[in-house]
Ligand binder design. Structure first.
Ligand code: UD1
Ligand code: UDP
Length: 375
């Protein structure tokens, strides 16, 4: 049983679930917590995946603790009904924690996709770093994207035979949507044909909410100083993010605020943008593959691979630093070129296949071990 419920989990688990569903000797069911509603539904529609169970738990301005407590109860009911051989979770959200913990309570083995990401600061990102560390403790099969992630798990005394370095399924998803012929529709078509340089921007981290004033003030200054620059900002559905935008971001004809975009559209926007400014996790993995410079509005990252590849630069949320870093990329071609080579540290798009192969093998081994005991 795959359990997920947010947009990024959907994008990265869709290829895994589809691969498992295509295998003949396994039944893969999908429990959607619907921690996100519209933002995940877009993804499920794009990848044509229907949940077997939909907990429909998204509520406006819900706290992670309210959400987690409901998820634990509701996921447990479904686990009691279905009793799967394995529960597969992804990443570090409230859904990830609740799915893994509910499975653990019933002694169902947990497979953790995107295991071993660490900043080693449990308050950053908050609450994600704690979620992934806690899930790591109760996981049986750790699907790490990179060698760095494997090493982090080994430092936490995870047994090496339970760690598999398989790349990141975000590349499977990205290749799938960018390999198709694509054309922007209005209003993005005109925006992208305007001849202006586009800063593609997203912000949503909970620990950044109180700092967004500095970030948006820097953007305001940049837009005033560079008439050939526009921002395209698909705004997260979290109303707390929207409150900060209303307070601190100056709107003009070069500030294009749009609703969350279909993944296919967003992926093509990443390709076409001049640079990306974000506090997102997933975008830090996609941008190196596309060779797109990214300024990361955070002070640390669990994705050092992109920094090492030269595509990512941490700039925090302080107004003067964000301004300086944006200015540098807009005015210094050498600095820009240095960050824009495409290097993909996250595999060749076969992560889902690898995960499915390992899961099939493990389930078979566990079944045959049980049969040996009882024969
Ligand atoms: C969650 C994850 C975060 C992940 C992010 C991806 C936790 C604790 N946080 O943060 O790790 O990076 O998703 O986007 O799990 N909302 C809608 N419609 C939607 C989605 C959200 O209206 O489709 C609104 C609701 O008012 C909701 C609020 O956004 O209460 C916040 O959503 P929530 O999932 O709790 O937290 P995120 O900040 O999105
Ligand atoms: N994304 C999308 N539409 C948007 C903005 C982002 O499809 O309008 C994709 C993006 O390409 C990435 C994922 O959503 O794959 C990242 O999700 P988010 O930033 O919400 O979460 P995080 O990765 O930080 O957990």
């Amino acid at each position: 049983m795959a359990i997920f419920g947010t947009r990024p989990e959907g994008i990265k688990m869709a290829p895994v679930v589809k691969e498992l569903m295509s295998r003949e000797d396994v039944e893969c069911i999908f429990l959607n917590t619907a921690q996100h509603r519209e933002m995940l539904d877009q993804v499920l529609e794009l990848f044509e995946i229907k949940p077997d169970f939909d907990l429909n738990l998204m509520k406006d301005r819900q706290t992670p603790i309210e959400l987690t407590s409901k998820m634990l109860v509701e996921i447990t009911k479904v686990l009691e009904e279905t009793n799967p051989d394995l529960v597969l979770v992804h990443g570090d959200t409230a859904t990830t924690f609740a799915g893994a913990f509910a499975a653990f309570q019933r002694q169902i083995p947990v497979g953790h996709v995107e295991a071993g990401l660490r900043t080693e600061d449990i308050y950053s990102p908050f609450p994600e770093e704690a979620n992934r560390q806690l899930v790591g403790r109760i996981t049986t099969h750790h699907f790490a994207a990179t060698e760095t992630n494997r090493e982090a798990l080994l430092r936490e005394n995870i047994r090496p035979e339970n760690i598999y370095v398989v790349g990141n399924s975000v590349i499977d998803a990205l290749l799938q949507v960018t390999s198709k012929v694509f054309a922007f529709e209005e209003p993005l078509k005109s925006i992208m044909e305007s001849g202006k340089r586009t800063i593609l921007m997203t912000t949503h981290r909970r620990e950044n909410l109180a700092q967004l004033k500095g970030v948006y003030s820097a953007i305001n200054r940049i837009l005033v100083e560079h008439e050939d620059v526009q921002i395209v900002f698909p705004v997260h559905k979290n109303p707390a993010v929207r409150d900060e935008i209303a307070k601190h971001l100056n709107l003009n004809e070069r500030t294009h605020l749009v609703e969350p975009l279909d993944y296919e559209v967003f992926a093509h926007l990443m390709k076409e943008a001049y640079l990306i400014f974000t506090d997102s996790g997933g975008i830090q993995e996609e941008a190196p593959a596309l060779g797109k410079p990214v300024l990361v509005a955070r002070n640390n990252t669990e994705r050092p691979e992109g920094v090492e590849a030269g595509t990512l630069k941490l700039c925090g949320t302080d107004e003067s630093v964000v301004y300086k870093e944006l200015k540098e990329l807009l005015t210094n071609p050498a600095a820009y070129e240095k960050m824009s080579g495409a290097k993909n540290p996250y595999g060749d798009g076969t992560t889902s296949e690898k995960i499915a192969d390992i899961i099939m093998k493990k389930i078979r081994e566990e079944k045959s071990a049980r049969e040996t005991v009882y024969s």
